[in-house]
Design a binder for this molecule. Structure first.
Ligand SMILES: Cc1cc2nc3c(=O)[nH]c(=O)nc-3n(C[C@H](O)[C@H](O)[C@H](O)COP(=O)(O)O)c2cc1C
Length: 323
């Protein structure tokens, strides 16, 4: 089984990745949050930095593109190829309204005929450059009625692999992923597949494995939110030791130091740490008030004092359970 670190836009950029990789390593690949190529044929500075090989040394990274125009997708592929990437991932999963309304991400699942035309174009274009394409997808918009039709479509292309998050767009990130539909897709696909969705703890992974270990085409799993909360989750899935409070503290401190070193100012720094605590706080079951204090801090002194308090007075034990 391979273990991938899922992309989380706004969280798992290169700064985060470097800290995680230095402290925990573990994933066979990190998937980068999406880049969105524009008509101007200019990547944003943030996007350029994120995929710059200099900023990802020693890290196995698979970039992701969110685009619905063949020429823009292929232009971004070329940018990536020039930076020595050989595989790129297409985002067909993002459920955010601003993305969907522009027919990108999971918005591309609205019209499967159009999706096919797009896939014809990008696979034809990439065949000429040798760039391999994988797909990360949800399995529907409002329901799962088209899930198997989607798999039939994907079967027509030489995907590097298919990452399936068995939720619909309407589900956003709530409720349980649909394992029955995932199983039906696993039985129909001709591709190597990777499972993504609600793998928050070793126990989640074990019970998922009990059902799906017998499918040889499932070659990878991709934890996301659970891995932000517990950066050692992949080690635990592989049978290694559980995360300790000291490791969690180091993870926090190294991220704080790395974000601070970017010199974007206090409010950006605290905003980033705040986002982290949305997940990290779940380790401290019953300490919601202290987590709230951390997330309410408006300067670094108050913030660090609140962080000391939680690490000094609380045991760890809980884990992320969805939202
Ligand atoms: C804040 C946030 C940002 C995300 N950004 C991306 C992204 O850039 N690309 C992508 O394919 N998925 C993105 N996702 C989806 C995750 O990669 C993953 O598919 C989802 O969280 C389900 O996995 P989980 O249940 O293990 O968290 C994002 C999810 C969240 C919560």
């Amino acid at each position: 089984m391979k273990y991938y670190f899922a992309p989380l836009e706004g969280i798992t950029g290169y700064t985060y990745r470097n800290v995680h990789h230095a402290l925990f390593g573990g994933p066979d690949a990190y998937y980068a949050p999406f880049i969105q190529p524009k008509q101007t044929h200019e990547l944003e500075t943030r996007e350029k930095k994120d995929i710059d090989p200099q900023n990802n040394q020693g890290i196995s990274l698979i970039p992701q593109i969110m685009a619905n125009k063949v020429d823009l997708f292929l232009w971004a592929c070329e940018e990536l190829r020039q930076r020595n990437y050989s595989v790129v991932n297409l985002n067909l999963g993002c459920p955010r309204q601003t993305i969907v309304s522009r027919h990108k991400g999971s918005g591309m699942l609205d019209n499967l005929e159009n999706l096919k035309v797009f896939l014809d174009g990008i696979f034809e274009g990439s065949a000429k450059t040798g760039m391999r394409i994988s797909i990360k997808t949800r399995l529907g918009t409002d329901n799962f009625d088209d899930a198997l039709r989607m798999i039939e479509i994907f079967n027509q292309y030489p995907l590097d692999e298919l990452i399936i998050h068995p939720r619909t767009r309407r589900d956003m990130y709530q409720g349980r992923p649909n394992h029955d539909v995932f199983q039906a897709c696993a039985e129909k696909t001709r591709h190597r597949i990777c499972y993504n969705g609600n793998l928050f703890s070793k126990a989640d992974y074990e019970s998922w494995k009990e059902r799906f270990a017998r499918y040889p085409q499932i070659h990878a799993v991709m934890p996301a939110r659970g891995l932000i909360a517990n950066p050692a989750l992949i080690r635990e899935m592989k049978g290694g030791k559980a995360i300790t409070k000291q490791e969690l503290r180091l993870y926090h401190d190294e991220l704080y130091r790395a974000y601070d070193a970017l010199q974007y100012g206090t409010s950006t720094l605290l905003h980033r740490m705040n986002e982290l605590w949305f997940y990290l706080g779940c380790n401290f079951a019953g300490a919601e008030k202290l987590v709230h204090k951390i997330r309410k801090a408006r300067n670094c002194v108050d913030y660090l004092a609140a962080v000391d308090r939680i690490f000094d007075t609380c045991d760890i034990g809980g884990h992320f359970e969805g939202r």
